[in-house]
Design a protein around this ligand. Structure first.
Ligand code: PLP
Length: 227
């Protein structure tokens, strides 16, 4: 039960942060979707967040996503978001749980999602992950090849490109992320894409002030990740 109260209180605090950032930016808070990133946390903690009204959850590892989706199949309104690096040979497992995929960074991955979605008679919502900081160790499409990738994905049946997603380079001061969020916003505007998935525990306030429509928050809701 304390689990329940703790998660509910943390969720409320995150929503208050989003609300305050929207207020300061003159934005409507109802257009900012909160994805609770539950990686490495137990299904019980996800249940606690669901009981407190949370419906969107994000996972990074395919097997963990599939196991949790099975364990929580009784939660009718749950929606899954895959936010980790995705290999083509695992696409079918992610589609099996009906997850939106926030990390498309190649035409080949997009084509596989399309092929499997059409076969399953569904349309999959995707975001294109952009490596705005140009960091060698990070996945994501480089900003200069984004137009090419978007053009390729535009022709793929079964795939609905909703917007762009990024994880900016880490800086001690969350303000350090601002230029990267601005860059993502300009790229999305240039491509007439409506959604911007950006902002995590550390920098969600800055992301919201730069126009995030999806924030992906783990630690501030569930606490530090075990192990
Ligand atoms: C883990 C993760 C998050 C959440 O990070 P926190 O700092 O715990 O809020 C968001 N996005 C992605 C892609 C992640 O891997």
């Amino acid at each position: 039960m304390s689990n329940q109260l703790e998660v509910a209180a943390s969720l409320a605090a995150v929503k208050a942060r989003i609300g305050a950032a929207c207020m300061a930016a003159g934005r409507d808070p109802s257009v900012v979707q909160l994805v609770a990133v539950s990686k490495r946390h137990t299904p019980e903690r996800i249940r606690a967040a669901y009981a407190a009204g949370q419906r969107d959850f994000g996972e990074n590892y395919v097997q963990e996503l599939v196991e949790k989706a099975e364990a929580l199949a009784d939660l009718d309104e749950i929606r899954w978001h895959f936010v980790g690096h995705l290999q083509r040979n695992k696409v079918r497992h992610v589609l099996q749980v009906g997850a939106a995929i926030e990390t498309v960074d190649s035409a080949r991955l997009g084509a596989e999602i399309g092929r499997r979605s059409v076969a399953a008679g569904v349309t999959t919502s995707v975001f294109v992950q952009v490596n705005v900081g140009g960091e060698a160790q990070k996945s994501g499409c480089p900003p200069d090849t984004l137009p090419e990738l978007l053009a390729a994905l535009g022709g793929v049946e079964g795939v609905d490109v909703r917007g762009l997603m990024t994880v900016p380079p880490h800086t001690e001061d969350p303000e350090g992320a601002r230029p990267f969020f601005q860059r993502l916003r300009l790229l999305a505007e240039g491509a007439a894409l409506p959604e911007l998935s950006m902002g995590m525990t550390h920098d969600l306030d800055v992301a919201v002030s730069e126009g995030a429509t999806v924030v992906r928050v783990g630690t501030a809701i569930f606490g530090p990740r075990p192990g």
